[in-house]
Ligand binder design. Structure first.
Ligand SMILES: Nc1ncnc2c1ncn2[C@@H]1O[C@H](COP(=O)(O)OP(=O)(O)O)[C@@H](O)[C@H]1O
Ligand SMILES: [Mg+2]
Length: 297
């Protein structure tokens, strides 16, 4: 985008440069992709769709307006706000997450249920369980997982992918991607993971699972959010199997993300510690041996 002046970079990594700048006399937020147009297409489409569903008036957060885009840059409304941090005991913020996940679930129902991305091979023809197995085996210390457990995970993903229903989803709905403005309103940002084919429960499981694993002091809030969202959205026959699937997927992905250098699919820089590893393995075991309800209580 040529007509951006007074650029101030907020963050620049191997994937994106983000910042604010002046565009036609207004302050705007911009994101420039270093990894091609596809990553920006998701950001643009995501912003568009969220702007559309925000018109329902039932979302508890606001969505920045999409202003313009070209081959490598998207510009959006600049939000003056600060990133809220989830701390234990924050009942208002807990309720905000519940209301957000429930409202999004309501607004993204498909007329016909469709299979999720995990029922299709990737561009190289591999299914998710093959990708995860290969990535786990390529990690240092992968044997800590144990052959039996790894095989059981692969078998579970292989046998249960078809119970997942595809939904349009932000897929990175966390306190890191919210801004709170001076009037106390929340704004959802960072639409680069948006897609139509995420599994229905991905947002809420991803958010609660990652926080629960990394910040054990948030365990009771995270369990409460997941349990409440499931009950408010109306669980179906396969809901717990779908939750298990996503926990196993996220558990294996956390191990991979913390044992490999940042790349196109993750920006995680911190390394796995033994306590985190133990919690991840325990969560995977709860899913494999069927005691997920217990794990949520
Ligand atoms: N619309 C916006 N207005 C103001 N600041 C924003 C806006 N969108 C993002 N930011 C800021 O830029 C940072 C990075 O943007 P984000 O889209 O979250 O990219 P990433 O997490 O991939 O680096 C955010 O953490 C936030 O501080
Ligand atoms: Mg972000």
């Amino acid at each position: 985008m040529n007509n951006l002046t007074e650029k101030v970079i907020i963050r620049d990594n191997h994937r994106f440069e983000t910042g604010h700048a002046t565009h036609e006399d207004a302050q705007v937020f911009y994101k420039r992709s270093h990894i091609g147009i596809d990553a920006l297409k998701r950001e643009i489409e995501g912003l568009r769709k969220f702007n559309k569903i925000a018109r329902s008036g039932i979302l508890p957060f606001n969505v920045p307006k999409l202003i313009n885009h070209d081959e490598d840059t998207v510009i959006a409304e600049y939000i003056e706000g600060i990133a809220p941090k989830f701390i234990t005991g924050d009942t208002d913020f807990t309720a905000f997450f519940i209301d957000s996940f429930v409202a999004i679930d309501e607004l993204t129902r498909n007329a016909q249920p469709k299979p999720s991305r995990y029922s299709h091979p990737n561009n190289s023809g591999q299914m998710i369980w093959q990708i995860l197995e290969n990535d786990i085996r390529a990690c240092d210390e992968h044997l800590l997982i144990g052959e039996d457990r790894l095989q059981a995970c692969v078998d579970y993903l292989k046998s249960n992918h078809s119970s997942l229903e595809a939904r349009f989803m932000h897929a990175d709905f966390t306190d890191n991607n919210l801004l709170r403005d001076e009037t106390g309103n929340y704004w959802l940002i960072d639409y680069e993971s948006c897609a139509d084919d995420w599994p229905r429960w991905y947002n809420v499981v991803n958010f609660t699972y990652n926080r629960r694993m990394k910040y054990p002091e948030l365990e009771s809030e995270m369990k409460y959010i997941l349990r409440t969202v499931i009950s408010k959205c109306g669980p179906g026959l396969t809901t717990y199997d779908e939750i298990r699937f996503i926990v196993i997927l996220r558990g294996l992905s956390l191990i991979i993300e913390h044992m490999t250098e940042p790349n196109d699919s993750h920006a995680t820089n911190d390394k796995m510690n033994p306590e985190l590893y133990a919690r991840v393995l325990q969560s995977i075991d709860s899913c494999l041996n069927g005691s997920i309800e217990q794990w949520l209580k």
